[in-house]
Write a protein that binds this ligand. Structure first.
Ligand SMILES: *Cc1c(COP(=O)(O)O)cnc(C)c1O
Length: 307
């Protein structure tokens, strides 16, 4: 099986006074432009898994995620595109009655994904043989993609984000969820480069997960830019994302790439990068999540993200 999805890599220079003042060059790799739904790193992470599933003769993909998961959105879409049946095990039973109010789940269902809602407690036990056996009885044999899609084949796919031309950069920056993407970047990086991960959630458990897959030591995590935890935002972050878009024309998502870019520019303004540094930031996508985040923000009477 070959994946025919065309990938055009675009790299864009970010022009802002803060960068000029610090004499730092910042380029952004627009992986978000790969596709509006299979955006960025989720396509990279799925690619070799889809090939493996086909090689094993499996036509069903089963995976897990929360209500706004980019991984769920991407899996549903590639399933439709490449003739897989897709099953999404979704955290939170209460959502089943309100699927139509959730843009991510609505789209996943429209792309043919069967949604299997489970309680939060059940969700914590999702990898138990008993639960998986129930799924097997219900849906027949399937290829299991872990939550967030990270496994060794996903890391292999993310290694393809970088190419030889990227040697010119001294720093490679990426947002971090499970760390699979960062591990791929670390493996594909050159010795003189430093790979900096910006976790979108709290917790030093990430170190261990990244070490599982990363083969080089030239990386670190900047843990000060998670804004309180996964999918947590505040007015300052929303304002930053809207302002960045207005000034550069580049949209960022509130869960991952917005926090990374806030962190990069904050570090630049503090003089953390030597004069003359060249940074490559990876835009890992996630823009499908903006609509869902805006619905949450509106309910709380907070400012929303510009579309
Ligand atoms: C999933 C995701 C990440 C995190 O990727 P990991 O490989 O889990 O670290 C980063 N950015 C976006 C937009 C994502 O959807």
């Amino acid at each position: 099986m070959s994946l025919s999805f065309p990938i055009k890599v675009t790299t864009q220079r970010v022009e802002l006074p803060v960068l000029e003042d610090a004499d730092v060059v910042l380029d952004i790799r627009r992986e978000d432009l790969i596709h509006p739904l299979i955006s960025g790193n989720k396509y990279r992470k799925l690619k070799y898994n889809l090939i493996e599933a086909k090689n094993r003769g499996l036509n069903t993909l089963l995976t897990f995620g929360g209500a706004y998961s980019n991984h769920i959105a991407a899996t549903a879409f590639v399933g439709r595109e490449y003739d897989f049946r897709t099953i999404g095990v979704i955290r939170g039973e209460e959502l089943s009655a309100k699927t139509d109010q959730n843009p991510t789940l609505t789209l996943a269902a429209e792309n043919g994904m069967t949604l299997e809602f489970v309680s939060r407690e059940m969700y914590r036990q999702k990898y138990n043989p008993e639960f998986l056996q129930t799924m097997l009885q219900r849906y027949g044999d399937f290829y299991l993609l872990p939550e967030g899609g990270t496994n060794s084949l996903a890391v292999k796919g993310c290694e393809e984000i970088l190419s030889r031309d990227d040697q010119q950069y001294g720093y490679i920056c990426s947002s971090v969820g499970t760390g699979g993407t960062l591990a791929g970047l670390i493996n594909a990086s050159f010795k003189h480069q430093k790979v900096i991960g910006f976790p979108a959630l709290k917790g030093s458990f990430l170190n261990k997960d990244i070490c599982n897959f990363a083969r080089n030591p030239n990386w670190c995590l900047e843990e000060n830019y998670h804004f309180g935890g996964y999918a947590k935002v505040n007015k300052e972050l929303i304002h930053f994302i809207n302002d960045f878009r207005e000034k550069t024309g580049i949209p960022l998502d509130p869960v991952y790439t917005g926090k990374m870019m806030y962190g990069i520019l904050d570090k630049v303004s503090k003089g953390d990068f030597p004069k003359g540094s060249k940074i490559l930031a990876i835009h890992t996508g996630g823009l499908q999540g903006i609509a869902g985040m805006n619905e949450k923000l509106m309910k709380k009477n907070l400012p929303t993200l510009c579309l």
